[in-house]
Design a protein around this ligand. Sequence first.
Ligand code: ADP
Ligand code: MG
Length: 399
Amino acid sequence: MSKFKTLDDLGDVTGKVALVRVDLNLPMKDGSATDVTRVEAIKPTVLELAERGAKVLMLAHFGRPGGKRSSVLSTSMVVGDVEGVLGKELMFIPEVAGPVVEQSIGILRNGDIGLLDNTRFWPGEEANDADFAKAIAAHGDFFVNDAFSAAHRAHATTEGITHHLPAYAGRSMEAELKALDAALGNPQAPVAAVVGGAKVSSKLAVLENLVGRVQHLIIGGGMANTFLAARGVNVGKSLCEHDLTDTASRILDTADHAGCTVHLPYDVVVSKEFAANPPSLRTCNVHEVAEDEMILDIGASAAVALADVLKTCRTLVWNGPLGAFETEPFDAATVALARTAAALTQEGSLISVAGGGDTVAALAQAGVTGDVTYISTAGGAFLEWMEGKELPGVAALTA
Ligand code: ADP
Ligand code: MG
C-alpha cells in the first residue's frame, strides 16, 4: 500500500477549516436512525479535529436524490442522531458551497462542528465535476476523508476535492486501510479466504482475484453448490447457478496452477423445505443429496476440517456466510468457524478481517464481533477491495 497522510501529519489546525467527508447514510425509520454504527465510526476523527481547534465541516451524502434537492433526503434529517453520538451540537448548513457556507464559517467558533447538506443534491457530486469540487474546496484549509465506504466512487467529495486541497485519511479510514492491507495487501502467509453467500455471480471478481493471492480458498454458502456441480456433484434442488459451472471449473483450474488449495465441503446439511428446523433435516455426504433436497449449510465434519485449516494460517479474510444463517440451524457451520477464527485471533496466531452486510450480521450472531481483528462495514467498497480494484477515494489519498 502506498503511503497516505493521517491526522498525525497535520500541524497546528487552530482556526483552520477542515472539510471532512463522512458516511452519514444512516438507515432511517420514522425520522430517526435505526443504527448509528457509521456515526460511531467517524466520531474519533470529528472530535479530534474539534478538540485540536479546527472548525469542522462535515460533507456527506444521504440516499439517492439524483442531483436534485429533496426535503426528506436532507442531511438535516440525521442532525439529532449525530449530535446524540458526538455529544455536541451541530450547525446545519443547507448548502455545500457559496455565500451561505462562508457566512456560517464566520459564525462557527474554533472547535465547532457544522454539517453541510446532502452532497448528492448537486449533479456535480456524482459527475465528479471539477468546478463543483473546487467551489467546495474553496471553503476549506484541508480535506479529511473518513468514509472508506464511499471510497469506491470517484465523486467530487471523495476524489475531485483532493485536487484542490491537501488530503488526509481520518482515523476510521486509517484503521480500515491498515486492516485491509494486513489482510490482502501485505498479509502474513499462509492466508485463508472464506468466500460464501448466495451466488457465484455476485462474487466472481472476488474469487478470481483471491485464487492468485491466497494459499487456501474456502468456498461455502450457496455458491459452493455451483462449484460442487462443476465437479459433477448432483446438488438436487439447491440454489445453484448451473450456467456458471464452466466459470467455476476455470476458477478451480486457476487455483490449481497458482498453488491455492480450494476447500469445498464434503458433507452438507440438507432438507426438503427451507424452514427453521424442518422435519426432513439431515446431514449427508455431498454425493448423497437427493433430487428433492437442498443444501443449506456445510456439514459439521467439513466445518471441523476448515477449523483445522485456519489453525495452520496466519491471516484470514472472510466474506459471505457458509450457510443460510438467518434460519436455524443453518447457521451452525458459520457460527462454529467464526468462533474458531475469533479464538485463534485472541490467541495471537491469526489476523482476521471480515466484511459484507450479511457477514457482519452472521459474526454478530456468533457473538464474535469484538474478538476478530477487524470488521469492515463498508459493503460495496469492501467487496471492490476484495476484487483487487483500486478505489478512487483511496488512490486520491495515496497519490
Ligand atoms: P454478504 O452480504 O456478507 O456479502 P451475501 O449477500 O453474498 O453475503 O450472501 C448472504 C446470503 O447467502 C444470506 O442471505 C444467506 O442466507 C445466503 N446463503 C448462504 N448459503 C446459502 C445456501 N446454501 N442456500 C441458499 N442461500 C444461502
Ligand atoms: Mg448481502
